[in-house]
Write a protein that binds this ligand. Structure first.
Ligand SMILES: *Cc1c(COP(=O)(O)O)cnc(C)c1O
Length: 224
């Protein structure tokens, strides 16, 4: 497995590198390995190949895997929908970044729990840029106002940017449009400290980087 994971990782990094240089030589892109379908052993092997940041979409999986691997210097990100009854558990796990803050209601509930525990959490506001009803996230038109509101009302939430999931389509233009929309919102929030634009998965990360993504979340390409 080691050899194939090294190969997967090298290939993904080479593609990220090519897309990044084409976009702007000064543009830096971080790679988050999405380990939601991977076992603890697989994560450990990918770490031995050089990967440090991992993402999970369920709090209980994040807990189980991060605790099993706590002797390793890994970064853990929460990328899936956060249910309010899992907020306490997530705070206790102290993730590096929550990518999926997707409503003011959730932000207020999170703020309340963070405040009572005396903790902060770095987060991204999740946008629904494909207008697919199956996807969570706030609408791009409401996002700037909501971003300001969370900054104003939630001092323990450290909002650092935007996350989106690209449109589910084989049409390059449709996917590109969803990413460009996120980039526009991201740009409009520069004055408010937005610096992370999390978008791009196994099938569309090169399009996302061409649209300005600086953090890509890749699962199946790495763990295949
Ligand atoms: C699963 C998942 C990914 C990674 O998807 P792949 O297609 O396996 O690369 C990225 N982001 C989110 C939010 C996910 O749920």
């Amino acid at each position: 497995m080691h050899a194939s994971y090294t190969k997967n990782l090298d290939l993904v990094i080479r593609k990220i590198e090519r897309a990044r240089l084409a976009y702007d030589p000064h543009h830096i892109v971080s790679l988050l390995a999405v380990s939601k379908y991977a076992t603890i052993e697989q994560i450990q092997i990918l770490h031995e190949c050089g990967q440090r940041a991992f993402g999970e979409n369920k709090v209980q999986d994040l807990k189980q895997k991060s605790q099993a691997l706590e002797s390793l210097p890994l970064e853990w990100h929460m990328i899936g929908t956060l249910q309010e009854n899992k907020i306490n558990a997530l705070i206790d796990l102290a993730p590096t970044l929550l990518h999926s803050l997707d409503s003011l209601k959730l932000a207020l509930a999170l703020q309340k729990r963070l405040e009572s525990k005396g903790k902060n959490m770095r987060t991204l506001l999740q946008l629904n840029t494909s207008f697919e009803s199956t996807k969570s996230g706030v609408s791009p038109t409401q996002a700037p106002e909501l971003y300001r509101e969370i900054l104003a009302q939630c001092p323990n939430i450290k909002l650092e940017g935007i996350m989106t999931i690209g449109a589910h389509s084989t049409d390059y233009k449709v996917v590109e449009k969803s990413f460009s929309l996120a980039k526009e919102v991201f740009d409009s929030l520069q004055g408010l400290g937005a610096r992370t634009l999390s978008m791009g998965m196994s099938e569309d990360f090169e399009i996302a980087i061409a649209c300005g993504a600086n953090l890509v979340r890749i699962g199946s390409r790495l763990f295949a």
